[in-house]
Write a protein that binds this ligand. Structure first.
Ligand SMILES: [Zn+2]
Ligand SMILES: [Zn+2]
Length: 345
């Protein structure tokens, strides 16, 4: 189909919020509209979620980002122009663009189906420009058509918080009934809907004294919510730590039954304090989850539309990206922060 109609008219320049210097606020800049290479598509961005990983990049906790960088890796966007060799996505279609932006397909990890660990991977909003912008280009092989109910701002948090939460959840094992979740933010509020649908009992641990987050967790269906220093009456069969605090690892292990898995779901965590071996003894497993595979995203998006997962979002215009980041940093967002671009249908 030819790109007719105002909707797909492409201007000469775009605005983006840019990280120029680590540790400094983002600045609004004007750029020429990027040109898609043969396997890329140009997209007009509808919305982009604000993820804790963006804070880790801005703060320099994740090293060697592309600079200057347009952050953002939870992108909902409309395809407005397709590169010469594209075939998967069509002009006019609304797609989701996640963190995993490119893999080599040849390294020892890619060959084993572990593309999330690819040695030459590129990541959206980290080593390639992301979605805090009006337009972006993306490799069509790493993006996904979105179920219609998520083809808008509400779909953004599914693309990282949702998918990484899901990947973490798959590591906790089918037999786990009592599931502990440390850090009740964007990932947790999505994941609990899936977990409760699968008859899990959710124990939500928040920063000490964060009664607002505890209330939010109970509203989302948790059977227990409290401070991370508290011990609930029952032990968990598995736990996922979304909060970037290493001191939660021994706490989670000591709250977990024998044979249980504790999954660290974040990309960065402060140092883990030493702990006695007895906390790991009893075949408890401690592991991390890194990035996502395309299959994780496909499986999760399908499940999300079956379970009818709802996301709770707090929206900001693009130029208020720094406010959104600060609100996330200081725990002012219950659910997910999402930048919503102007001039979309
Ligand atoms: Zn690879
Ligand atoms: Zn993320």
């Amino acid at each position: 189909m030819q790109s007719t109609g105002n909707r797909l008219k492409i201007p000469a320049s775009m605005q983006a919020m840019v990280l120029e210097t680590i540790g400094q606020p983002l600045v609004m800049k004007t750029f020429p509209i990027p040109v898609p290479s043969s396997q890329q598509v140009l997209v007009k961005i509808i919305a982009c979620g604000v993820c804790r990983t963006d804070l880790h990049i801005i703060d320099g906790e994740l090293t060697a980002p592309k600079l200057p960088l347009i952050p953002g890796h939870e992108i909902v966007a409309r395809v407005v122009k397709a590169g010469r060799e594209t075939s998967r996505v069509k002009t006019g279609e609304i797609i989701g663009i996640p963190w995993l932006g490119y893999t080599c397909g040849e390294c020892k990890y890619c060959r084993k189906g572990q593309e999330n660990l690819c040695e030459s991977a590129l990541f959206t909003g980290y080593t390639i420009d992301g979605g805090y912008a009006e337009y972006a280009v993306t490799d069509e092989r790493y993006c996904f058509p979105l179920p219609s109910q998520y083809a808008n701002a509400s779909g953004s948090p599914l693309l990282c918080a949702g998918v990484i939460g899901y990947r973490s959840y798959t590591m906790t094992g089918k037999h786990a009934k009592n599931l502990g979740i440390y850090g009740f933010g964007a990932a947790a509020h999505i994941l609990v809907q899936l977990a409760i649908h699968e008859d899990k009992r959710i124990f939500a641990f928040t920063s000490d004294g964060d009664v607002e987050a505890q209330k939010f967790a109970m509203e989302q269906g948790a059977v227990w919510a409290g401070d991370s220093s508290q011990l609930p009456a029952e032990k968990m069969d598995a736990a996922i730590i979304f909060a970037p605090a290493g001191n939660l690892v021994p706490k989670a292990l000591s709250n977990t039954n024998k044979g249980g898995t504790v999954v660290c779901g974040g990309i960065h965590m402060s140092d883990i304090p030493s702990f006695p071996y007895r906390l790991l003894w009893g075949e408890r497993v401690l592991r991390s989850v890194a990035n996502l595979t395309r299959k994780d995203a496909e499986d999760f998006l399908k499940l999300a539309s079956q379970v009818l997962i709802n996301t709770q979002i707090k929206t900001y215009p693009l130029h208020q990206a720094n406010d959104a980041l600060n609100d996330l940093r200081y725990g002012m967002v219950h659910g997910a922060a999402v930048l919503v671009m102007d001039n979309n249908d």
